[in-house]
Design a protein around this ligand. Structure first.
Ligand code: ADP
Length: 395
């Protein structure tokens, strides 16, 4: 249990933790959900039945319960050797992971307004672990950091200059930890160094984003000021016409209601009127459900359009990479998306696609394809554990 690493990921009403051993093998994962509600609960690993927590349990209280449970079950020592936190927004301050001190914490808090749903709870997670384990080094790993290499023409919106100057309105991009991991993994498979690797990485989970990586650097990405822009997602709309705000206001929809609906009732859920779960939508579409089919069609069409758009920033493409729950598992989404990219020379091998590329080291392109197409499993928690160990100098 020596050198156990703790990874903490605080969501708006959830707390996910993962424990890794010194060889970066996952020992355990735990999830507390419905925090700050009367139905707070937690579960260990893939356990079916959740254990109730006291009503209105906070993130800090849940962390104490999870740590106590992990220790009692012999999953971790009295304290971890280092702690890695997933932080959603690092603004323009953080270009890479950092050891947390008071100054860093203040700088993370300064980004709270840019991600009001995420950063304040991320900060709460840091405070809670600091209190529980005051002597343990803590590291912040930012979703935005990998995208700090975006060139100006890619990160600016065509808005009055003072929006950026005074309020930091620009495109930041998210899922950076996953996209950076895709770069590393694709380079390994292609047997070349990351510094000369250029890929398009599509992270398709509940949140979805796509990134163009040129010679190891993020040069364009689909998420913007917030994680709402870009692709169709589970419950998020992705791109809409900003004219929508004015129009819907005239229909009596308040800004707050629209904000909630764009984030929580749109995307696959909104289009299908049934679910945000791609697996369920695929089953429904197989049974001939037209709204499930429409949701999948809009999802794949937007994704294909974005793959084409990402090509603009590259001078060479070593691979198109699919990851995330949908990217890794939905042969249907990959096939339907790639079928719309024939003019650019992408072509899929149906047999290899159907088994997620398992028998060909993740490769799902056919020999006629101009570019390799890869399926790679993402593992953001393991990357965060690795960064925590590196910066705490445990290696
Ligand atoms: P999160 O972003 O919350 O981590 P995931 O990366 O786990 O989410 O992705 C969740 C999505 O992956 C859901 O839409 C789920 O239906 C989809 N998914 C998982 N397995 C499959 C599968 N076998 N076929 C199609 N979609 C799948």
């Amino acid at each position: 249990m020596e050198n156990t690493l703790l990874v903490v990921n605080c969501g708006s009403s959830s707390l996910k933790i993962a424990l890794f051993d010194k060889d970066r093998q996952k020992i355990a994962s735990m999830l507390a959900g419905r925090l700050n509600t009367p139905n707070a609960r937690f579960r260990i690993g893939k356990q079916r039945d959740a254990t109730k927590l006291p009503p209105n349990t906070t993130h800090k209280e849940a962390l104490a319960v999870l740590m106590d449970t992990a220790q009692k079950k012999g999953l971790m020592p009295k304290q971890p050797a280092a702690i890695g936190h997933r932080i959603v927004h690092g603004g323009e301050t953080f270009r890479e992971a950092v050891l947390i001190n008071d100054e860093v914490l203040a700088a993370i808090q300064a980004c709270n307004l840019l991600a009001p749903l995420h950063n304040p709870v991320n900060v709460e997670g840091i405070m809670a672990t600091r209190e529980l384990f005051p002597l343990v080094p803590q590291v912040a790993v930012f979703d935005t950091a990998f995208h700090q290499t975006l060139p100006e023409h890619a990160f600016h919106y065509a808005l009055p200059q003072n929006y950026y100057r005074d309020w930091g309105v620009r495109r930041y991009g998210f899922h950076g930890t996953s996209h950076a991991y895709m770069l590393q993994q694709a380079a390994l498979r292609l047997e070349q160094s990351t510094a000369v690797t250029s890929i398009i990485s599509a992270h398709l989970g509940n949140g979805c984003s796509i990134t163009a990586i040129r010679d190891g650097k993020s040069v364009d990405t689909s998420m913007g000021l917030t994680p709402l822009e870009g692709l169709v997602m589970g419950t998020r709309s992705g791109d809409v016409d900003p004219g929508l705000f004015d129009y819907l206001q005239s229909k009596g929809v308040s800004a707050e209601q629209l904000h909630n609906e764009l984030n929580h009732s749109s995307g696959l859920l909104g289009l299908s009127g049934q679910t945000n779960d791609m697996r369920t939508l695929s089953d429904l579409a197989d049974q001939g459900d037209p709204s499930a089919q429409l949701a999948i069609d809009v999802f794949c069409f937007r994704l294909a359009k974005y793959v084409a758009a990402m090509m603009v920033s590259l001078n060479r493409l070593d691979a198109l990479v699919f990851t995330g729950g949908i990217g890794q598992n939905s042969a249907r989404v990959r096939q339907q998306t790639v079928n719309q990219l024939g003019l650019l020379g992408f072509a899929i091998d149906q047999h290899n696609n159907d088994d997620n590329g398992l028998n060909r080291g993740g490769r799902i392109d056919c020999k006629e394809s101009r570019f390799p197409i890869l399926v790679i499993a993402t593992d953001e928690e393991r990357v965060i554990a690795g960064e925590a160990a590196r910066l705490a100098e445990l290696n």
